[in-house]
Design a protein around this ligand. Structure first.
Ligand SMILES: Nc1nc2c(ncn2[C@@H]2O[C@H](COP(=O)(O)OP(=O)(O)OP(=O)(O)O)[C@@H](O)[C@H]2O)c(=O)[nH]1
Ligand SMILES: [Mg+2]
Length: 304
């Protein structure tokens, strides 16, 4: 072969690596990962503590494969078994990454942000990502803010972005690509995550639970997929929402079942979009107290 295209591919090595996305709760880590890969594999909400697992989002472009790892927001406020498990997920992800995206919110930096920064190993390249820059009306304040935070660590790059408006994402991706090691791709070029459809289904239900029940429901509620079947194109999903008390159960079900119906409908629509086919979804609400209070309970419900 003598054409120039094959010449250029043979001289440019393929880049591939793991990119950890870390930061305090609610800075927009999951939203950022979803827009970077162009698919919603990680759930998001206005509430802090939405992400509870390490979630991989994969994007393959000519010459590179980006393997993003979204993590739970690092917990500094309450020390309980669930939070300890979440934090362990963050620290384990950090040490096994090739690049770290340290995400903060434009104009805000507090002790919770500092505590995450303290976890970042010095020998892994780290990009300071200043998200939600759309919220800052006076752009002139962004530069001094960025400089102030940039002085706290030896960052490889500083990139203000808006995950919501897809602002500056090409720039961010360029900086990440530069830092990725030369490696062959780990995943297929159409893969968008290493998580199973069953896992993604449980996350989608949990997102709708957060959205529709919101602040009234203690964050220790969780979702379990009891059965996941596929027949041709059709997926049949049987999910259980586990809550701590009877009063929480009626909160989820709502007046004449209206709330549970909304949760079901929205979850089904999201699943159909992500899986690319029809979904039959049944959701039951069950009372199961204390699952988040001990390690055995956490493991039983899929927490690492
Ligand atoms: N204005 C604005 N809002 C954003 C942006 N990115 C994310 N958000 C919002 O911030 C909230 C939190 O987003 P998530 O992506 O769930 O944040 P997270 O960091 O993954 O949160 P945890 O998983 O709880 O740690 C959501 O309401 C998002 O819509 C942004 O660039 N601009
Ligand atoms: Mg998240």
């Amino acid at each position: 072969m003598t054409d120039s295209a094959s010449d250029s591919t043979s001289t440019t090595p393929f880049r591939c690596g793991y990119i950890a996305i870390v930061g305090r709760p609610n800075v927009g880590k999951s939203t950022l990962m979803n827009v970077l890969i162009g698919a919603k594999v990680s759930i998001t909400s206005r509430k802090a503590q939405t992400t509870r697992h390490r979630i991989t989002g994969i994007q393959t472009v000519p010459g590179a494969q980006f393997i993003y790892v979204d993590t739970p927001g690092f917990q500094t406020r309450h020390s309980n078994p669930l939070n300890k498990t979440l934090n362990k997920t963050v620290t384990n992800t950090l040490i096994s990454s090739d690049v770290i995206l340290y995400v903060i919110e434009a104009g805000t930096f507090g002790p919770a942000d500092q505590q995450v920064l303290d976890q970042i190993p010095n020998d892994v390249p780290c990009i300071l990502v200043i998200n939600k820059s759309d919220r800052v009306k006076d752009k002139a304040v962004l530069l001094p803010f960025a400089q102030q935070i940039a002085a706290k660590h030896d960052f490889s790059a500083v990139v203000p972005v808006s995950a919501k408006l897809s602002f500056q994402l090409d720039n961010l991706q360029g900086e990440i690509k530069r830092l990725l090691p030369e490696n062959q791709p780990v995943f297929g070029e159409d893969d968008i995550t290493d998580r199973s459809e069953k896992f993604l289904a449980s996350e989608i239900v949990r997102e709708k639970l957060f959205r529709f029940v919101g602040d009234e429901l203690p964050y220790t509620s969780t979702v379990l997929i009891e059965k996941f079947e596929q027949e041709g194109d059709l997926r049949r999903v049987f999910a259980a929402i586990l809550v701590e008390r009877d009063t929480h159960k009626s909160m989820v079900i709502g007046n004449k079942g209206a709330r549970l119906k909304d949760i079901s409908t929205q979850a089904r629509l999201d699943m159909e979009k992500l899986f690319g086919g029809p979904v039959y979804l049944e959701i039951w609400v069950k009372v199961k107290s204390g699952w988040a209070d001990n390690e055995a309970g956490l493991r039983a419900y899929g927490y690492e």
